[in-house]
Ligand binder design. Structure first.
Ligand SMILES: Nc1ncnc2c1ncn2[C@@H]1O[C@H](COP(=O)(O)OP(=O)(O)OP(=O)(O)O)[C@@H](O)[C@H]1O
Ligand SMILES: O=C(O)c1ccc[n+]([C@@H]2O[C@H](COP(=O)([O-])O)[C@@H](O)[C@H]2O)c1
Length: 202
């Protein structure tokens, strides 16, 4: 019997935006993936110099943004694991949950450029096939990676970043149509990206 093909879209998703959603949707279609599992980071160690919103807010935004797509799921494996988030651990946990699946880890061109700096990188390449997608402002290149470890895919260009969305909210500018409608409302309800990061609570 052929193995299942499952996509994994890891990200800090602070907030999730249409660039993430288009990347996952396009790779799902091009690779015939049964599902794409979005995995919000717990502690994104390479962003430790930045203020990151509470994991629970980022997790809930990811659930809201993906709820209407039957091929999208969200996993808590990284949010629930203590310590810095390493993709080698994410993929190990997902293999335990989906033992009959091959995993396809999706990354934008910017993340792919940095991938050799990730933790336990050789082990990571054994655990999944990597798919690098185009992103405006970055060149997509897999020449630095092991032969056969990565596929490069052109996707519709979305010049959107979470940093840009946070800056716009802070400046009082709209983020309508950059993020799903439910995310505009969640950001406002929780007061995210104002000067002070809110404490999690009622
Ligand atoms: N507009 C986009 N097009 C293609 N890929 C993207 C886009 N935005 C993010 N990605 C990819 O999605 C994954 C998760 O990204 P992340 O959550 O860090 O968003 P970001 O917009 O890069 O955030 P920030 O601006 O805070 O660094 C990464 O692999 C990243 O390269
Ligand atoms: O494994 C690592 O060391 C590692 C280092 C940096 C980023 N990652 C993963 O890359 C994905 C995108 O991360 P980020 O920080 O760009 O949101 C997310 O799933 C992270 O866990 C993983």
């Amino acid at each position: 019997m052929s193995r299942r093909r499952i996509g994994v879209m890891g990200g800090t998703f602070d907030p999730i935006h249409h660039g993430h959603l288009v990347a996952a949707s396009e790779v799902q279609a091009q690779f015939g993936l049964e599902q794409v599992i979005f995995v919000p980071t717990g502690q994104p160690w390479q962003k430790s110099h930045e203020a990151v919103s509470p994991a629970e807010d980022r997790y809930l935004m990811t659930v809201i943004a993906t709820a209407s797509n039957p091929r999208f799921l969200v996993s808590r494996v990284d949010v629930d694991r203590a310590g810095p988030t390493y993709t080698a651990d994410t993929l190990t946990d997902l293999h335990a949950e989906y033992p009959d699946a091959d995993l396809y880890f999706i990354t934008g061109a910017d993340a792919l450029e940095q991938i050799l700096s990730w933790h336990r990188v050789e082990e990571m390449f054994q655990l999944a096939h990597f798919i690098g997608v185009t992103r405006p402002g970055y060149s997509l290149n897999g020449a630095h990676l092991p032969a056969g470890a990565v596929s490069l895919v052109e996707i519709p260009a979305m010049a959107i970043s979470s940093t840009g969305c946070r800056d716009r909210v802070r400046a009082g500018l709209p983020v309508w149509y950059l993020v799903p409608d439910g995310i505009v409302q969640y950001i406002s309800k929780r007061g995210l990206y104002r000067e002070l990061t809110p404490e999690w609570g009622p």
